[in-house]
Write a protein that binds this ligand. Structure first.
Ligand SMILES: *[C@@H]1O[C@H](CO)[C@@H](O)[C@H](O)[C@H]1NC(C)=O
Length: 474
């Protein structure tokens, strides 16, 4: 008798525990979803989402929680930050179907080509708010048209019938905020970005400050200038004078029963549909179903599935810390290193800093620091940026490059971009070597802007590399 009472109490405590211990409070900026809600709230949304699969008892999940909350706050209005508690019965089939094998697992889900069929990929970055924010922002699709002076009239003509918004910016890349704004107003307002350097467009609309946003209603040529702050919420309000933005996801079906926790029939249907749930999840289900299981037993049975801190994650941290304390670039000391990395018929874009004899000269130090900081920024965001190298003056090939490309003034540091496969190069013509102007130059290369000069074949040695990894270029 005593024994069975204890069992009943244990079972009650167990089920209470399972529901009470959600890692995120109701007020949290983290959207908490259940498996059955995934399709509507995440998969069919036009937004990019990050979804955490967690278990309340998992230590790494608890460590992530404050960082994840922080990421959710800074991504508000830009991307969805969501979480699903895989310990809840209703979510187990879903977690299994998504291939979750340990906690926490983070996946980035963004709209695919077909509506409702999103692209899902595992998030492998650092479990820190900043890395999460940067990487998620980077994944947001871009439907903002980048317009140059010669293309402006055509674009205005093509979109005569619809409202248009143009952001004038001194940057070439389209920010996450503008990308999301364009998604919010897809089919309502056509959004474009024009760079400060497009003098005719800047003049046409009398733009004097950057960034500046203008709205051109359908059938009008009179732009309405926006004088608010460049933030998502106020820009949405401004564009809403045309029409309200798209809904963030389809509305729930009216028939859907309100019952939240114990919708048994739905739950069992879901389980049979996703019978492929992983073995570990099956055993979770079995152990939590056994009313005699004590809390500790449950914890013990499930604990081994907790995600260890991935090793490359630890390594990443080390690398970025190193760069933080001492900005440096990988150095190509030998001719053969340079040839194998950047100057062969298969090599793709490389940025080279050809250093003068005096590597501590002000220009050289500045150039290297600028490149290192730009690369670090991209590493943190996990964008694929082509590699940056420094080449000491003692590398015999350095002098050859300087002569062949007639780079004047051998005392100075030279920054060049080379693409072996396509046999072009571009040089940095600025004098300052500060991070901003060097970054503008790098961005121009990423965007394929500006003129490229032909790389003399004599610089492309015949070293055939087996498989040069493709570095991402926009
Ligand atoms: C998504 O974008 C399309 C336009 O591309 C729009 O028609 C739709 O309302 C948006 N929202 C949802 C939830 O699909």
């Amino acid at each position: 008798m005593v024994r069975s009472t204890t069992l009943v109490a244990a079972a009650a405590a167990l089920s209470l525990h399972a529901h009470a211990e959600s890692l995120y409070s109701k007020k949290s900026a983290v959207v908490q979803i259940t498996g059955p809600e995934y399709d509507r709230v995440i998969a069919k949304s036009n937004y990019t989402s990050i979804l955490e699969f967690y278990a309340p008892w998992c230590g790494h999940c608890k460590n992530l929680q404050p960082q994840y909350e922080k990421a959710a706050k800074s991504l508000a209005g830009i991307a969805k930050v969501a979480a699903v508690n895989c310990d809840e019965e209703i979510n187990k089939p879903f977690c299994g179907k998504m291939g979750v094998q340990g906690f926490p697992t983070l996946k980035i889900i963004r709209p695919g080509k077909k509506p409702g069929k999103p692209t899902v990929e595992e998030y492998q970055g650092q479990r820190q708010a900043k890395a999460i924010v940067d990487i998620v922002k980077d994944k947001i699709p871009n439907i903002v048209k980048r317009i140059t002076d010669p293309k402006l009239d055509d674009w205005l003509e093509e979109n005569k019938e619809s409202a248009k918004a143009i952001l004038f910016s001194d940057k070439g890349l389209v920010s996450a905020t503008l990308r999301t704004l364009a998604i919010d107003f897809a089919g309502i307002v056509n959004v474009a970005q024009i760079r400060k350097t497009e003098a005719a467009a800047v003049e046409k609309y009398g733009i004097t400050a950057f960034p500046s946003l203008i709205l051109i209603p359908a059938g009008s040529s009179e732009p309405i200038k926006y004088d608010g702050e460049i933030n998502k919420e106020s820009m949405v309000k401004f564009l809403s004078q045309i029409a309200p933005p798209n809904p963030d996801c389809p509305a729930p079906k009216a028939k859907k029963p309100k019952a939240k926790k114990d919708d048994k029939s739905k739950e069992s249907k879901a389980s049979s549909k996703f019978s492929k749930a992983s073995a570990s999840h099956k055993s979770d289900e079995a152990s939590s179903a056994a009313t005699s299981a004590a809390h500790e037993t449950l914890e013990e049975a499930t604990k081994p599935t907790e995600s260890p801190t991935p090793e490359d994650f630890v390594e990443d941290t080390k690398i970025s810390e190193e760069i933080e304390t001492k900005p440096s670039l990988l150095s190509l000391v030998e001719s053969s290193d340079l040839q194998a990395s950047c100057l062969n018929e298969k090599s793709t874009t490389c940025i080279l800093a050809l250093l003068p004899k005096d590597e501590t000269s002000e220009a050289a130090t500045k150039a290297v620091a600028s490149l290192a900081s730009i690369h670090k920024k991209h590493d943190v965001r996990q964008t694929n940026l082509f590699p940056f190298f420094s080449v000491p003056a003692t590398n015999p090939l350095s002098a050859t490059i300087i002569t062949e490309l007639s780079l004047d003034n051998a005392e100075q540091v030279h920054l060049i971009a080379v693409h072996g496969k396509r046999a072009w190069y571009k040089k940095y013509t600025g004098k300052a070597f500060d991070a901003t102007s060097v970054e503008q130059w790098v961005d121009g290369i990423r965007m394929g802007e500006g003129t490229k000069e032909r790389l003399p074949e004599s610089l492309l040695g015949s070293t055939k590399k087996e498989d040069t990894p493709e570095h991402g270029e926009l």
